[in-house]
Design a protein around this ligand. Sequence first.
Ligand code: ZN
Length: 463
Amino acid sequence: MIRIVAYLIVAAAIMVGVVWLADRPGDVTIVWQGWRVEMGVGVLAAVVASTAILAALLYRFWRALVAAPRRLVAWRRDRRQRLGYEALSSGLVAVAAGDPQGARRQARRADAMLGHPPLTLLLSAQAAQLTGDEDTAQRHFQAMLERPETEFLGVRGLLSRAMRDHDMAQALVLARRAMHLRPKTPWVLTTLLDLQTRAGDWTGASDTLDRAIAAKVLPPGPAQRQRAAAAIELSRQALADGRLDDARRTAKKAYRTDPEHPAVASWFAARLVDTDRRRRAAKLIEQEWARRPHPELLASYRRARTPFNALAWVKDVERLAAQAPAHPGSSRALGEASLEAGLWGEARKHLTAAIAAAGNAPPATLCRKMAQVEEADTGNQPLAHRWLELAAEGNPDPAWICESCGAPHAAWQATCRRCGAFDRLEWRVPDRVRPTLLGGDDAPMALPGAADLQPPPAAPSPS
Ligand SMILES: [Zn+2]
């Protein structure tokens, strides 16, 4: 639009000029070297204008002639690039469509057109992977390591291969290199953490966890719990090296990081006892027992109370149980301590309470202990026998169970012994297929002795 207006203005200006000249006629005479030319002013103006236009056209033609070879080269380069990228796109489509031959052909074309650009290497590697030619793929990934723009992709390709081959040492080296290149990429952080925990590199795992938290790759709650788990393992390493103070300090750090971690309180308490901080340990255990009674806390409490005396121990357990009087764990602890001290009546009372609290799933260990009580106290063999029968059908004691694969563990550890999952152990009764006990799962369990405890002992009621 603007251009049209500009043309109109220029045309109008020329017209005005021509009219102006026509209105004012005059002659021009040129005398040069014996030549004499006479003409009107209008003719002179026309001659000057034509000469200028001709000169401009000649100049442009000359410019185009000079630039022609260079433009030809540029055109050919552009064409090759366009075809190269077309081949690349077709190759990527072929990879996505699972067509290895097509992918390889397009990779070769792209390679010829583009001359080894980074993406061609990736396409060639993927095409090789599609045909199952892992060695060629590996070679391409290796070549990608040489270029800064493809190094990360090369590392990723080689890392996947190492993981598939279960070459964990090599995978760890590559994952560390990937972390160095892209420290905030989520898959890098999670893969590195997984490899470090499996390799028992707890210093590295702690560092990776800190990075993952900073990069918001892990949600804060679970990440804190995992940091505590890694710290417990660091503490365990210190303990194994005989560095008891280091072990206690790291355990304290773990406890402060996440006091809710299922294993951290008893671990810290045990390390306090190791380093002769018995009063601190007892205080911690009492405080934790109120929240979450756990047999490992009880074991540390007992270690903190040396020299051991069975009757004094009953008093100690009473003080501990007072922190959580309604909890079956307290009843169990009291029952076991009374049994050890030979206080049969107390033992029977507390063990029965603990068994009753377990509802329809009597813990086998406690049933056996009840049999022991009956035998020692009243000598009621049939009743003791009935308890042993119940024990055979009873539930196993709680243990550290991997929530990934279900494997039970006698002691807590950060990685599952069977599947290697990190920080998945929980304290609970192992799953088992329980035979229908005493008329089905929903029926209330008939505990032996409820009617038989009054002396003289009678045979257990048939059930
Ligand atoms: Zn597992």
